[in-house]
Design a protein around this ligand. Structure first.
Ligand SMILES: CCCCCCCCCCCCC/C=C/[C@@H](O)[C@H](COP(=O)(O)O)NC(=O)CCCCC
Ligand SMILES: Nc1ncnc2c1ncn2[C@@H]1O[C@H](COP(=O)(O)OP(=O)(O)O)[C@@H](O)[C@H]1O
Ligand SMILES: [Ca+2]
Length: 472
């Protein structure tokens, strides 16, 4: 139930109660529906209304005061309109009061959250925008929580303190992968209703460091190579709106750059689940519960796991903290990744032909397994490091030379691209849609560090689930 309102019957024959409630629609969408109860005895009617209102008021998981940040610049620049026309009226109906800030520049929301007075009077923060805007919100909230708790965010070894305020996402960006992968759809009304009913979904956060210096947090994709290059190229074409990703995606596919470097990772030992599982992370996921519990009890196990190292040439290095499902790829980059299990799926796409890379990419949009290819490796990890070849230590480079024969260190990249002879040695990291300035990074997962107003993707009813044989 969202709310209840009473009205006199027009002919004076008693009272009417209109109850607004959430109804499930197709493909994970929720809608607001209304049912009317009428009674000739006004006292009885009033009794219903009072009881419903009392139940709603005593429900502590529902937010009553929200701090809303709107990015008017993201996606198709519709954030303000989406909020005012589709979301604000629902919040009003649900009796939620709001403080709304329309951002005026990049990092406005992040900086505001870092210093905002009386944050404790709010029951949550609402982010109207895309993944970049969500990233601003978590940077503000996580930073503030660590400073308040005396945790040094620059130290990669420190355990971070969880944030108490829940975050709601109203999708108004270009990809909106975080919303899609946690709700199942990018629909502002559905997201508003998840906020109103007070849903809660824990989310892992990865911290990214470079030489003991904090760089960024990530909750969805950290991508070097293909996705880093797509992002860098697409930022120059922001005027195209969300279509910039399709243009830059095609361009980077044709460019076909590969990058050399070393990936080291700490496998996620002792947990249940693998990146090749057929089961997916869904509402109330038992794998997230089990692994989350395990991590909170057995931190020493994590230290006992052994680091592994892979050197090579890669078209893409993708670290998915969640499935990264989005409208372009409804199953995502790593379909079996979990929202809150304390792990990242590390996907290595080794150098291969354009044709093979296309096969891999196309499988993101079909039922075929994108990992079932000889040039793809996927590992479930707790931590990983990447060093591009030109940042490797002298001894590492010496080792490479021995392995690869006597060729000149700095010519190998152009050798991979004889046509242009000037391919770049470095890519950049795409960190939830923001470009990272450093290429050598150290990434660590912090299990269930933040909470969203969401419940994870719900199981579809059998008749809607086209992957289910009973539906056909
Ligand atoms: C030839 C067919 C190719 C099909 C490829 C489909 C693969 C798509 C996987 C997309 C994964 C996206 C992961 C999400 C990243 C977002 O965080 C990021 C920023 O989002 P936003 O702030 O809302 O704009 N989006 C991207 O990096 C876009 C990647 C697009 C790649 C084509
Ligand atoms: N008022 C603003 N003006 C310019 N940039 C902004 C503003 N508010 C937020 N940003 C920045 O806009 C960028 C893109 O935002 P995002 O919501 O992710 O949209 P998109 O999905 O289109 O990339 C982010 O880097 C964010 O920090
Ligand atoms: Ca995860």
């Amino acid at each position: 139930i969202i709310s209840v309102r009473e009205e006199e019957e027009e002919n004076g024959s008693g009272q009417r109660d209109d109850v607004l409630y959430v109804e499930r629609s197709r493909q994970y969408r929720w809608r607001c529906a209304e049912v009317t109860f009428a009674c000739s005895d006004e006292a009885v009617c009033q009794h219903w209304v009072n009881n419903i209102r009392e139940l709603l008021a005593t429900n502590t998981s529902r937010p009553k005061h929200l701090l809303v940040y709107i990015n008017p610049y993201g996606g198709k620049r519709q954030g303000k309109r989406i909020y005012e026309q589709k979301v604000a009226p629902l919040f009003t109906l649900a009796g939620i009061s709001t403080s709304v800030i329309v951002t005026e520049y990049a990092n406005h929301a992040r900086d505001h959250l870092r210093t905002a007075a009386e944050l404790e009077k709010f029951d949550g923060v609402v982010c109207v925008g895309g993944d970049g805007m969500f990233s601003e919100i978590i940077h503000g909230l996580i930073w503030r929580t660590q400073i308040d708790c005396g945790v040094d965010p620059n130290c990669p070894e420190e355990a971070l303190s969880p944030c108490s305020l829940r975050i709601g996402i109203i999708p108004a960006g270009s990809t909106d992968c975080i919303c899609f992968a946690t709700v199942g759809t990018n629909d502002p009304v559905t997201s508003a209703l998840h906020i109103i009913v007070g849903d809660s979904q824990a989310l892992d956060v990865s911290s990214v460091h470079h030489n003991n210096m904090f760089l960024r947090y990530s909750v969805s994709l950290l991508g070097y190579g293909f996705y880093g290059d797509v992002l860098t190229d697409s930022e120059r074409k922001r005027w195209m709106g969300p279509a910039r990703y399709d243009f830059s995606g095609l361009k980077m596919f044709l460019t076909h750059h590969c990058y050399e470097g070393t990936v080291s990772y700490l496998p996620a030992g002792g947990i249940i689940g693998t990146p090749r599982d057929a089961t997916k992370c869904r509402s109330g996921c038992v794998i997230c519960q089990h692994n989350g519990q395990l991590l909170s009890e057995r931190t020493e196990k994590y230290e006992m796991d052994e680091w592994r190292t892979i050197r090579g040439k890669f078209l893409a290095i993708n670290a998915a903290s969640m499935s990264c499902a989005c409208p372009r790829s409804p199953k995502g980059l790593s379909p079996a990744a979990h929202l809150a299990d304390g792990t990242i799926d590390l996907i290595l796409v080794r150098k291969c032909s354009r044709f093979n890379f296309l096969r891999h990419l196309l499988r993101h949009t079909s039922k075929d397994d994108q990992f079932d290819l000889t040039f793809i490796e996927v590992h479930r990890v707790r931590r990983f490091r990447f060093t591009p070849r030109h940042c490797q230590s002298d001894s590492d480079l010496e080792l490479d030379l021995q392995e690869n024969g006597k060729r000149q260190i700095f010519s190998q990249i152009c050798k991979d691209h004889p046509a242009c002879g000037c391919a770049p040695a470095y890519s950049s990291w795409n960190c939830d849609g923001e470009i990272l300035t450093h290429t050598a990074i150290d990434v660590r997962v912090h299990c269930q560090l933040i909470k969203l107003f969401a419940r994870g993707i719900e199981e579809l009813p059998v008749f809607e689930d086209l992957t289910n044989p009973c539906a056909i």
